[in-house]
Design a binder for this molecule. Structure first.
Ligand SMILES: Cc1cc2nc3c(=O)[nH]c(=O)nc-3n(C[C@H](O)[C@H](O)[C@H](O)COP(=O)(O)OP(=O)(O)OC[C@H]3O[C@@H](n4cnc5c(N)ncnc54)[C@H](O)[C@@H]3O)c2cc1C
Length: 383
């Protein structure tokens, strides 16, 4: 059977764009299908925009490997394509003696992941770097930074388009059938119209919509289970006053989130978040702003006692596409190819929460590898 297009990528978030750009640069015919009118309308523009070092994740996990490799690829890509980044570094702070073993455990895990540039600082050394931070000790991560996520996605879209790829916006995939020859027949809804499109290879990078897409694929092996989505919301507050910090400031993480941390954007403005609210609806509304401000203020004051509380303003929310229920061990990125689900030519990505932005170029190379395509962008940028 002839097909309309060789490869379709569902979702124009940072992951779908990175994969599509990778494939298109290698001369593949690629179409990205996105239900919104522009790229990055969901999780990819509702995050902290931090380039993570790779210190938190279990050794050998995809989150660890792709974060460490993706971080260096990302810095190189940003330099090559003029995407604003700031390698500002981050302080992971222990606010009591009781937290020091946790600091040590994170340092040990970082070393296992190949992150070798961490430096333990005493109270006075921290004070010399950040006079307003209160803590008993801290770990400095010099390779942590921030990126303009929108500019990163715009650069990926430009590479995609200049390499002959295309993006169809305002187009939602509502059905997938498989032809006897293995080709995918997509039903795509645009406005009042539903049209059909066939492709030979299909990438499911639909973020919060990925589980729904995965269940549309009829050829999955009978014993294969599409990961279930357990969305978890995170709220952010911005600071309407000037922040006195040059580094990102992180408290100790919990098992399911990194703690209410201070990040800076490219203009130097500070924001705090995200907290974590499990079992949320898939809407981006800000819940209980006043009560939440009090909780945020209490947590922030543990490391910044002089916080001007009245300057905290509700900013935005993001929803983590978690694939494990609350109270169970954190899941790894799930990047499933034929080996897992039994469908040739189909790659599906589930649970791409943090550090997905940092890992995007490494994930793209991984997907290209599963599809048998030479990793192009990422290897160019890492040179
Ligand atoms: C609160 C929060 C903070 C984070 N902070 C960081 C950070 O600081 N650093 C970091 O590295 N990572 C961070 N992350 C993780 C990072 O943001 C994500 O891993 C990344 O954005 C995921 O990108 P994506 O392309 O998979 O998903 P998305 O950006 O959600 O893109 C998926 C796209 O698929 C589209 N789609 C869905 N269903 C369909 C359909 N049926 N048809 C057509 N299109 C469809 C959606 O509209 C969407 O545009 C954070 C995440 C959250 C939630």
């Amino acid at each position: 059977m002839s097909v309309d297009i060789e490869t379709v990528v569902i979702g124009a978030g940072v992951i779908g764009l990175a994969i599509a750009a990778e494939l298109a640069q290698d001369g593949q015919e690629v179409l990205v299908i996105e239900r919104h009118r522009t790229f990055g309308a969901e999780t990819s523009s509702r995050n902290s925009e931090v380039i993570h070092a790779g210190i938190y994740y279990p050794q050998g996990s995809l989150r660890a490997k792709h974060c460490v490799s993706g971080r260096e690829r990302l810095y190189a890509f940003a330099a090559q394509y003029h995407v604003p980044v700031n390698r500002c570094g981050k302080l992971l702070v222990a606010t009591s003696e009781a937290e020091i073993p946790q600091l040590a455990a994170i340092e040990a895990r970082a070393a296992q992941n190949g992150v070798t540039d961490l430096r333990r600082l005493g109270r006075d050394e921290v004070r010399a770097l950040e006079p307003d931070v209160q803590c008993v000790a801290a770990t400095l991560s010099p390779s942590t930074g921030i990126i303009d996520g929108h500019a990163f996605m715009a650069a990926l879209e430009t590479i995609l388009l200049e390499s002959g790829g295309e993006v169809a916006f305002n187009s939602g995939v509502v059905g997938i059938e498989q032809a006897p020859g293995g080709e995918f027949q997509l039903s795509v809804s645009s406005g009042d119209q539903v049209s059909n499109l066939t492709c030979r290879r299909l990438v499911n990078a639909a973020g919060l919509g990925a589980s729904g897409i995965g269940r549309m694929v009829t050829g999955n092996r009978r014993d294969y289970v599409v990961p279930t989505l357990y969305p978890a919301k995170g709220h952010y507050f911005s600071l309407s006053a000037k922040a006195p910090f040059k580094h990102l400031i992180y408290p100790m993480p919990s098992p399911d989130a990194l703690g209410v941390h201070l990040t800076l954007d490219m203009s130097g403005a500070a924001r705090f978040g995200p907290d974590i609210l499990w079992q949320c609806d898939l809407d981006y509304g800000f819940i209980d702003a006043d009560a939440r401000r009090e909780v945020f203020a209490k947590e922030i004051k543990r490391y910044w006692p002089a916080l001007p509380e009245a300057a905290l303003a509700p900013a935005y929310t993001g929803i983590r596409p978690k694939i494990y229920p609350q109270g169970t061990p954190a899941a790894d990125f799930a990047i499933h190819g034929e080996e897992q689900h039994g469908v040739p030519g189909f790659v599906a990505l589930y649970g791409i929460e943090s550090p997905g932005l940092t890992s995007a170029l490494a994930i793209a190379a991984h997907v290209a590898d599963i599809l048998g395509v030479r990793p192009a962008i990422a290897s160019t940028a890492s040179r």
